[in-house]
Design a protein around this ligand. Structure first.
Ligand code: G6P
Length: 464
């Protein structure tokens, strides 16, 4: 049975191009190995009415890149998706910039994607839609007469009801989401927020996380996403010999290295991270000259003002710390505003003594899992992880910190940098064991199995 996977972002057609964001990176191996068809936006826009689709083989399956409508794409992507839904879902209501025109564009693009998917309608297929760009897609597909199972998975957090209410179109959005058969979340907390909205706003009572809306059942379930641990570990081992990694190792000259790798996004807590490193040099002056932070901040959504302002803020903070704390032969923070291949990142993670992953709010955060998988089992590094990343549910043996508490992050960093090898190994083994229970292929297969079950006759609930 073929699954048609849909997301806005798909991997770039350029060979060895860096993967942008957790979603595309996570879906690539899962889709490739499961033989699914993966449909998403191409990097071209089209002004024609009929969808232009380019299909290319991908492992056992295929990738289909759709030229999105020029008239609406910007307002859909930079407008509604990333200046309303993204900030709202990350509880940054102060950054919501809402306009009816953007919402109209969002609806148009969802309807356009539904029409594009008709190309892949053949008996036996189910649709699995990913992320906040396509909340309305199932509703649009149903309007086109699709009766196959349609699932949705949210890679970001789902906010508490109160915050969801700040999205002007919340009612229309959530009602449309109930056209999905299965709605998957990263954590139980996200599911609880959504269920609370259903109960208090729509007066819906669920039984075993299944709700009946307009006579149809909708099932909610948490499916925490993971990584292929073994694959990533092998990639890190192989990468160690690469020139880029050798250069990094040589350049730190035996000092300790902490690493942060994030899209340049306000949800990632980068200013607080820099402040925490600064504070660490105050409370542990012996760290001056003996550690570096390598912070890779990958440019993201660069046309959106909130992202441009964040970039300015981080540059200033980094410049201030380096100027004040650094020395002629030592730069405390190496700040790189560019992306790297997954292979290079795997190698960087292995070299680093500490992985600093301190988002203010994050659906899962796969960098945390990749950092752990990349470690040398005999001499593993330490993960310092925000308790507000979904990954903290599985990686509870990391040094967990509250990213709003600068002092606590600074102390967590010192704890990590000075941890004994016995404790490092113990924590690392515990995290590896947990990660193996949440492997990527299991995530994909479990979700699809539940989705396929959704429209079996036994589950259909008869309307009163
Ligand atoms: C997050 C989102 C993804 C998105 C990625 C990169 O991981 O959950 O849906 O693709 O960020 O963002 P971008 O806007 O570049 O696709």
């Amino acid at each position: 049975m073929t699954v048609v996977v849909v997301s806005n972002r798909v991997v770039s057609p350029k060979p060895n191009a860096p993967i942008e964001g957790g979603l595309a990176g996570a879906l690539l191996p899962a889709v490739r190995d499961a033989g699914a068809i993966w449909v998403g936006a191409s990097d071209r826009l089209s002004s024609g009415k009929d969808p232009l689709i380019e299909i290319e083989p991908l492992g056992e399956g295929a990738i289909a890149r759709v030229d999105m409508p020029a008239e609406f794409y910007e307002r859909y992507y930079e407008g509604y998706s990333n200046a309303v839904l993204w900030p709202a879902f990350h509880s940054r209501t102060d950054l919501i910039r809402s306009s009816q025109t953007d919402y109209t564009a969002y609806r148009e693009v969802n309807a356009f994607m539904a029409r594009s998917l008709l190309r892949f309608t053949h008996s036996g297929s189910a649709y699995w839609v990913h992320d906040y760009h396509f909340l309305l897609l199932a509703d649009e597909l149903r309007k086109l007469g699709i009766t196959r199972p349609i699932g949705f998975f949210l890679h970001t957090p789902f906010p508490s009801r109160n915050i969801m209410l700040s999205v002007p179109q919340h009612d229309e959005l959530v009602r449309a989401m109930l056209s999905y058969d299965l709605i998957g979340f990263q954590t139980e907390d996200d599911l609880t927020h959504f269920a609370d909205y259903l109960k208090r706003e729509l007066d819906l009572e669920g039984k075993d996380d299944t709700y009946v809306f307009e006579g149809r059942p909708v099932h909610l379930q948490a499916f925490p996403i993971g990584i292929n641990v073994q694959d990533f570990a092998e990639r890190a081992t192989k990468a160690s010999a690469q020139p880029e990694i050798t250069r990094l190792r040589a350049s730190i000259q035996g000092r300790k290295l902490a690493i942060g790798v994030d899209r340049l996004d306000y949800s990632k807590g980068l200013p607080n991270r820099i402040r925490a490193v600064d504070r660490m040099f105050e409370i542990a002056p012996e760290m001056r000259g003996s550690m570096h932070l390598l912070q890779i901040a990958v440019p993201s959504r660069t046309h959106i003002p909130a992202y441009q302002e964040l970039k300015q803020e981080i540059s200033q903070l980094v410049g201030d710390v380096n100027g004040r704390v650094g020395d002629v032969d030592w730069t405390p923070i190496r700040y790189l505003n560019r992306s790297y291949s997954q292979a290079a990142l795997a190698g960087f993670y292995r070299v680093a003594d500490v992985g600093l992953v301190t988002p203010l709010n994050d659906g899962m955060n796969l960098v945390a899992k990749e950092y752990v998988a990349a470690q040398n089992p005999l001499d593993p590094g330490v993960l310092v992880l925000s308790e507000f990343a979904g990954a903290a549910r599985q990686l509870d043996s990391a040094v967990l910190v509250n990213p709003h508490d600068i002092e606590a992050v600074a102390r967590g960093l010192i704890q990590a940098l000075t941890m004994t090898i016995a404790e490092r190994r113990e924590r690392w083994n515990a995290m590896m064991a947990k990660m193996k229970d949440f492997a990527l292929d299991a995530w994909f297969n479990d979700y699809v199995a539940v989705l396929m079950d959704c429209r079996k006759p036994a589950r259909v609930v008869v309307t009163k």
